[in-house]
Design a protein around this ligand. Structure first.
Ligand SMILES: NC(=O)c1ccc[n+]([C@@H]2O[C@H](COP(=O)([O-])OP(=O)(O)OC[C@H]3O[C@@H](n4cnc5c(N)ncnc54)[C@H](O)[C@@H]3O)[C@@H](O)[C@H]2O)c1
Ligand SMILES: [Zn+2]
Length: 365
């Protein structure tokens, strides 16, 4: 097991990463200041697959657990379901010392985090993420959110958990497209900060896609270290340091929205977005064109898309220009600076360069 400290001044916490972490012999919650009651938020898919392990783990701590399941989709990240979760917590919280355990992917993590942050102005929150995306991204950094019909993540708070427990063995039941989605984010961490991580994925993509727990543990640990360091330096996203986590997300978000959140999942959209950002970096002479091909090969090996299909160039660009970062000529991009593992932030990229980068990704059929 590896331990990473998120060294925030007021709310430091530990991330534990490993295989078979969630079992009766690991008393990882013991050092935490929490009462005897835990409210577990999960969904049917996750709880049916891994609920027994969680139950044994919590029982071994002498905790009394109440399990609340919400529907298995992004629509559970709503104010309506937050209210029903909060009402269920009130019913369970008879001893007035309840903690919340988020047991699932990023949807569960965001909803649980939001509820934990507002119930009685904040109760202890423990993340036990079960998707790769939630392990390397959503459960670290304290962003919580629910959606509004007008847009994703419009309501939320910053609220740090007491601990994050990332067990790579949970990923054995994750469908491959979901695993690949998380791997796209891990590739992102490699590109922005760590060429060794990028090379590890190049050499081990097959094992990673087969959910090999040792290989996954390694990348979860490395990615978590990178995110932990970045959020420690910029907890509330006020110092522009967190900006580099948006590498590949500028076009990525436009693609997700243009595809009505159905055509591409988040990781697929980010994979295409990273290729566009890499292409822009090459067009500006910031890095060699061969690096774009290296990234493309890796993403294709990870079964991620490298060509945009079924959405027109103009639709993508129009979605992108709706973004508040794109008013007139003003835009801001995270680009690769010289080599994989180093990025820079550039403003006012000419629209012709952006257009050419996206156009190159359009499939001819
Ligand atoms: N707070 C943040 O900083 C942050 C960062 C990134 C993403 N997010 C949010 O995370 C959400 C996406 O998270 P996600 O990609 O984990 O999706 P998700 O939570 O919808 O999970 C994906 C699917 O996998 C299933 N699943 C989860 N664990 C499983 C397992 N071990 N075995 C089998 N199936 C399993 C889920 O039931 C679901 O059907 C979005 O709402 C996004 O906005 C938040
Ligand atoms: Zn992302």
């Amino acid at each position: 097991m590896k331990t990473i400290t998120v060294a925030l001044a007021n709310t430091p916490y530990k991330i534990y990463v490993g295989e078979q972490l969630i079992c009766a012999k690991n008393r990882l919650l013991q050092p935490l200041a929490m009462g005897k009651d835990v409210f577990v938020l999960s969904n049917k898919t996750v709880y049916q697959a891994h609920g027994k392990k969680l139950h044994a783990f919590l029982s071994a701590h002498g905790l009394r657990a109440y399990v609340h399941l919400v529907g298995d989709s992004e629509t559970s990240k709503s104010l309506r379901s937050a209210i029903s979760v909060l009402q269920a917590i009130v019913r369970f919280d008879r001893q007035k010392d309840v903690s919340l355990v988020a047991f699932g992917g990023g949807v569960i993590g965001d909803l649980a985090g939001f509820c934990a942050s507002i119930y009685k102005r904040g109760i202890p929150l423990i993340h036990i993420p079960t998707t790769l995306l939630a392990q390397v991204d959503a459960s670290i950094g304290g962003k919580t959110a629910v959606d509004l019909p007008q847009g994703k993540n419009l309501i939320g708070s910053f609220y740090q958990p007491k601990a994050v427990l990332s067990d790579a063995t949970f990923l054995k039941t994750l469908p491959t497209p979901q695993l690949a989605c998380g791997l796209a984010e891990v590739v992102k961490y490699g590109i922005i900060k760590d060429v060794t991580l990028f090379s590890f994925i190049e050499q081990n993509y097959h094992a990673l896609l087969l959910a090999d727990s040792a290989a996954l543990s390694h990348v979860i640990e490395q990615a978590s270290r990178i995110k932990a360091k970045i959020v420690t330096q910029d907890e509330r996203e006020t110092r522009s340091i967190r900006t580099i986590l948006n590498f590949g997300h500028t076009i990525g978000h436009a693609l997700e929205a243009a595809g009505n959140y159905r055509r591409y999942n988040h990781g697929q959209a980010v994979a295409l977005g990273m290729l566009c950002a890499a292409d822009i970096s090459a067009q500006l002479g910031l890095m060699p064109a061969a690096t774009v091909r290296r990234i493309e090969t890796l993403l294709a090996n990870l079964t991620l898309p490298v060509q945009i299909k079924h959405i027109s160039l103009n639709t993508i660009l129009s979605y992108q220009f709706r973004d508040k970062k794109f008013s007139g000529k003003t835009n801001r991009w995270v680009l690769i600076s010289g080599r994989i593992g180093r990025v820079c932030v550039k403003q006012n990229i000419p629209l012709a360069i952006i257009r050419a980068a996206v156009a190159k990704r359009m499939a001819s059929v």
